[in-house]
Design a protein around this ligand. Sequence first.
Ligand SMILES: CC(C)[C@H](C(=O)O)[C@@H](O)C(=O)O
Ligand code: SF4
Length: 417
Amino acid sequence: MGQTLIEKMISLKLGRDIYKGQSVFVPVDIIMGTDGTTPLALKVLEEYNINKIKNPEKIIFVHDHFAPPKDISTANLSRMLDQFAKKFHITSYKEDRGGICHVLLPELGIMKPYDIVVGADSHTCTYGGLGIFSMGIGSTDMACAMATSKLWIKVPETIRIKVSGNLKSGVEAKDLILSIIGMLGTDGANYRAIEFCGSTIEKLTIAERMTICNMVIECGAKAGIINIDKVTEQYYYEKGIQDCQRIEADSDANYLETYEVEAEQLKPQIGCPYSPANVRNAEELIGTKINQVVIGSCTNGRIEDFRIAYQYMKGKQVHKNVKLILVPGSHNVLMQMEEEGMLKDFIKSNAIISPPSCGPCMGGHMGVLADDQVGLYTTNRNFYGRNGSPSSKVYLSNVSIAALSAIEGEIQVPEVN
Ligand SMILES: CC(C)[C@H](C(=O)O)[C@@H](O)C(=O)O
Ligand code: SF4
C-alpha cells in the first residue's frame, strides 16, 4: 500500500511499514523544552521519582518565553531549568546567545534529515520546513521522552496541499498559510499531518517553508511536512550534513483529503481578532488604526523577515501614534541585522529593538497591550486576551504589511503585482 511522507519517515525510523492510525513507540532524536513548559515536565519527573535521564545529549533547553525573566517567579523558573541542566549535563541556551527555540534550533544545525523531533511547544511543527517530522508535545510527554528517549504516537492521517504557480510580489509565505488556515478552520486538520507540495512550495526558501509549517498547528495539525529537495539539501550542506537521502510520498498514498491552491490567485491576508482562521483579504482592513506593530516571533522573526521590513523602513520614521517593536528571533539574527547595517537605521526610524525573545507574541512581556489597544503583529496567534488586555485586539499579517503600516499609522497594504 502506498505511503505518505510522514508514514515513510516513521517506517524508515522503525524499519517496518507503518500506516496512519497505528500506535507506535518511536525513538526520538531531539527533545526540546523551553522555560514556558519544561518546569512542568521537571515536576512530572519529580512526582514519579525519576532520577535518570536517558540521553541528555538529545535534550535541549531554550530560555525564550520569558527571557530575560520578567519577574521573580519567571526568574526562579529559569533558575530551576539551569540547575536541572547542570545536574544532568543538558545543553541550555539562554537569551544571551540563544533566541526563540524554533528560530534557534534550525540555526544550530543539530537536526538531521528524517530525525524525529519533539518539543514541549506547539510550534515545534516548524521543522517540517526542513523535511523533519517534528511535533509539539505536552509537558508530561516531554518528561516521558526525557526518561526513555522514546515516545508513543498515533501515526497521523495526512492532508495533501498542492500549491502551484508563482506568488505575486508583495504576497508572502505568511499569506499562503493564513489563507490555508482560513480555508480549513481552526480544527480542520486536528491531529493530522499536512503535506505541502507543488511548484510554489519548491521555489520557497527554507525560511518561508518554516513560516508555513510553523502555523499548521493553527488549524489543529500535529505536523506540517515539505519534502527534502535541493533547497533543503543546500541548507543541510551549509550545516555540514551531506547525507540527504531523498524520499517521496508514493503516488498511491492514502490521503484523507487533497487540496489544490493556485498561488497567482492569492492576495495578502490578515488574520482578524480573535483567531488566525478569521482571515480576510488585507485590502478590506485598509485604514484600521493601530497602536502597536510587532515584527518577530517563530513565524516571522528570521533575518529574511527583517530584510523585508528594512525595504520599507529605511530612511522612514515610525508613525508618531505607533509603537514598533522589532524582536530578532535569535542572537544570530540580531548580530546579522547589525552586520548588514540595518540595526542603526531601524533605531533611527524610532523602532524599539527587543532582545531575542518570544516577548509580546504571547503577551508575556516587553510590549503588552493596554485596554482597547490595537496591534498588528507578524506572529501566529491572536486569541482573545493573549497579547494583553482582554479588550485589546491583534491583527496578524505578513512582514511587508506590518512594516508599511508602522510608518503609516494604520493598516496599509503594499502594492501587489
Ligand atoms: C508556552 C507554550 C505552551 C505555548 C505553545 O505551546 O505554543 C507558546 O509558545 C505559544 O505560542 O502559545
Ligand atoms: S514566538 Fe510566540 S508562538 Fe513562537 S514559541 Fe514563542 S510564544 Fe510561542
